[in-house]
Design a binder for this molecule. Structure first.
Ligand SMILES: NC(=O)c1ccc[n+]([C@@H]2O[C@H](COP(=O)([O-])OP(=O)(O)OC[C@H]3O[C@@H](n4cnc5c(N)ncnc54)[C@H](O)[C@@H]3O)[C@@H](O)[C@H]2O)c1
Length: 339
């Protein structure tokens, strides 16, 4: 079987993980090229991974490379839309980390372009590829807990790092965006109609003036009547915490967790277990699985499990949340024009 030539855009923390997965964990793929505008960043990653991948400093040159069949975009959020659009227009399959875009105009343009070019496009909503969340989605879709009535999804990072350089609305656009998508995934077929947000700077109150919010709860109403909360904190002292709960007319489903492993310790102090302190530990399998699904989808022409349309809905919720913070009012979510 031929291997899929993948070009990686962005060789930072997450790019290094995805690069390693492509180079070492996916037999059907090859890390063909890496691009990063910071001098030597791409070289360094290629060297660390001990591959012969080509190196670019200009992501557009990588996208134009005729040997690159698919691109994996792991650059900073504000650069995603330009990279995605260029890749679509050059006929490449696209995996893009979340958020796919940060404005509705960008998101609409991508949805339309992907449709016109029949692009295989997958967004980095890793919870859709986590075993527990996947099983939960299946159960709920099969009606095993009846009609969803109350949903919860939370993301708590272990530690607020690099706070000064985080863009202002990161908590909605880059963190809770996972929860917004997870809530849609766990309430299959339903769409959000209204949000209301309470948010603050409780971890770093000194940064509130500059606009960085580190703690937020969004209440989201769906068109099937379900009421959801999405909750995030940038600092949970006990570890990385990603969980969801769906309560329905016939029961309840939970997914996610905080455990580092299945090991449980029983001693004179009681019962305890270790928690994950790093996203790449807690979600290791989901991160690998999402790229495996990407390669599989491109090669075998399966539908994407995390589409541009899903990304557009999640962004719509995130932008409504920002408006709710700014106005301190509930915000209605109209259906996107292109649905
Ligand atoms: N799915 C997840 O759970 C998850 C987790 C972490 C990060 N991410 C996402 O991955 C992306 C990158 O995050 P990170 O933590 O690796 O950030 P990072 O800052 O560590 O790395 C970003 C890299 O992109 C490079 N870069 C800057 N401008 C660029 C451009 N125009 N084109 C190409 N590359 C450019 C930088 O030099 C840097 O090497 C973000 O969108 C983030 O939201 C997702």
């Amino acid at each position: 079987m031929n291997t899929l030539n993948i070009g990686l855009i962005g060789a930072g923390r997450m790019g290094a993980f995805h690069g390693e997965t492509i180079a070492q964990r996916l037999p059907g793929a090859q890390l063909y090229a890496v691009a990063d505008p910071v001098p030597n960043a791409a070289e360094q990653l290629v060297h660390t991974l001990n591959t012969t991948a080509k190196v670019y400093t200009d992501p557009m040159e990588l996208i134009k490379d005729p040997e690159v069949e698919a691109v994996v975009i792991v650059s900073p959020a504000k650069t995603h839309a330009a990279n995605v659009l260029a890749a679509i227009r050059h006929g490449k399959a696209v995996f893009c980390e979340k958020p796919m875009a940060i404005t509705m105009e960008e998101a609409d343009e991508i949805v339309q372009a992907a449709d016109e070019h029949q692009t295989f496009l997958q967004v980095g909503f890793n919870r859709r590829f986590e075993k527990g969340f996947r099983a939960a989605h299946r159960e709920i879709a099969e009606g095993r807990i009846g009609t969803p009535q109350l949903l919860k999804s939370n993301t708590r990072d272990p530690e607020l790092q690099g706070a000064e350089s985080k863009p202002q609305w990161t908590i909605f656009l880059e963190t809770l965006i996972h929860d917004f998508d997870a809530l849609r995934y766990l309430n299959p077929g339903a769409q959000p109609v209204e949000v209301y947000v309470a948010a603050d700077a409780l971890v770093r109150p000194d940064l509130k003036e500059s606009g960085l919010l580190d703690t937020a709860v969004a209440t989201i109403k769906f068109d099937n009547g379900a009421i959801a909360t999405a909750e995030a904190s940038f600092q949970a002292v006990y570890g990385y915490d990603v969980r969801a709960e769906v309560f329905g007319s016939e029961g309840m489903i939970t997914a996610g967790g905080i455990r580092e492993s299945s090991m449980t310790r029983y001693n004179k102090d009681g019962v305890s277990y270790d928690t994950s302190r790093y996203d790449q530990h807690l979600l290791f399998e989901a991160y690998v699985e999402e790229l495996r699904a990407f390669v599989d989808g491109v090669v075998h022409k399966h539908p994407s499990y995390a589409t541009a349309e899903d990304a557009r809905w999640a962004l719509k919720i995130a932008l409504a949340c920002i408006e709710s913070v700014q106005t301190n009012q509930p915000v209605q979510i109209p259906k996107p024009a292109l649905v």
